[in-house]
Design a protein around this ligand. Structure first.
Ligand SMILES: Cc1cc2nc3c(=O)[nH]c(=O)nc-3n(C[C@H](O)[C@H](O)[C@H](O)COP(=O)(O)OP(=O)(O)OC[C@H]3O[C@@H](n4cnc5c(N)ncnc54)[C@H](O)[C@@H]3O)c2cc1C
Length: 273
């Protein structure tokens, strides 16, 4: 494996690109983290579902990538929260993993059209794999802050139960009815020691979609679907929903990387969702 997170990839402490700072970081696992980045100047408003592009300077070049905001659009003082996976052999995330809180960064945006439809009281079916749950957390936190939560069913797939970011929050919202949400997590590697005693559904998220739509009586008249995460999952779920009669404009999609694309560094494997 090529270790790109080494001395031949220095991170500039100062740069004319920098206009933001890492304000907080919480690690969920070795390769999943919640990272907050704050503009050093005034915060910029965003719509939940949009993304910002963050980066650092290395060897005179700005290395940057887009990330969906996971935090509420109504709370920007601490910075924007991102839920990020470390991609082994990736160009940017190994650099991000080396940054301490307080390190300067570049940040641009917001951008993106993966946003909520206005005044839509249908059930929102949020389908995601891995870190693709981030924009849905922002949407629900913002709706909650506005006092206008919309009924939601959240399907979230991960390899292991410890990779299910925001599980606690969603379970709490569901159990105390803070938010009218049904949370449906699934793990794709049952039978492993990490998933021992897992009480929930098993299989990739695309494999549970049909069952969940049946169980919750979701149809094109009463619901709208938003899908985010890895491109193969999105393509599969999109086709499935079109076959169930959803018009194309009622299935909204955000791809985290183009279909069929592998990490750029040589000799690395694409991580599982
Ligand atoms: C609009 C948008 C929003 C995004 N939001 C997020 C987000 O909230 N959280 C997040 O972790 N990523 C997000 N991404 C992906 C992110 O921009 C980077 O592509 C990712 O962090 C890898 O960057 P890298 O430079 O380390 O890898 P690169 O050198 O760019 O290699 C990228 C390759 O790694 C693989 N890959 C990329 N992302 C992942 C992933 N999350 N899991 C597994 N394999 C992956 C793909 O094969 C991809 O082609 C988003 C992408 C887009 C376009």
């Amino acid at each position: 494996m090529t270790d790109l997170a080494t001395a031949d990839r220095p991170i500039a402490a100062e740069s004319t690109f920098y206009n933001a700072v890492v304000s907080r970081r919480v690690d969920l696992t070795e390769s999943l983290a919640f990272v907050w980045v704050r503009y050093t100047g005034e915060p910029v408003a965003f719509e939940p579902g949009q993304y910002l592009t963050i980066g650092v300077e290395s060897n005179g070049k700005l290395v940057q990538r887009p990330y969906s905001v996971a935090s509420s659009a109504r709370e920007t003082t601490e910075g924007y929260e991102f839920y990020v996976r470390l991609v082994t052999g990736g160009l940017f995330t190994p650099l991000l993993w080396r940054l301490d809180v307080g390190h300067d960064m570049s940040m641009k945006g917001p951008k993106g059209k993966f946003v909520l439809e206005p005044d839509d009281d249908r059930t929102h079916v949020f389908i995601s794999s891995g870190t693709g749950i981030a924009p849905f957390i922002s949407m629900m936190k913002t709706l909650l802050a506005d006092g206008t939560p919309r009924p939601a069913v959240v399907l979230h797939g991960a390899s292991y139960q410890h990779d299910l970011g925001y599980r606690e929050l969603l379970e709490e919202w569901e159990s105390d009815a803070t938010y009218p949400v049904r949370y449906v997590p699934t793990v794709s590697r049952p039978g492993t020691s990490e998933n021992e005693a897992w009480p929930g559904r098993v299989g990739r998220v695309e494999a549970i979609v049909a069952d969940v739509f049946e169980e919750y009586a979701l149809d094109p008249d009463n619901s709208i679907a938003y899908i985010c995460g890895n491109p193969d999952m999105i393509a599969t779920v999109d086709q499935l929903l079109l076959r169930r009669g959803y018009p194309a404009e009622q299935v909204k999609k955000e791809l985290y990387w183009p279909k069929g694309k592998e990490p750029r560094a040589a000799g690395v494997t694409t991580p599982q969702p």
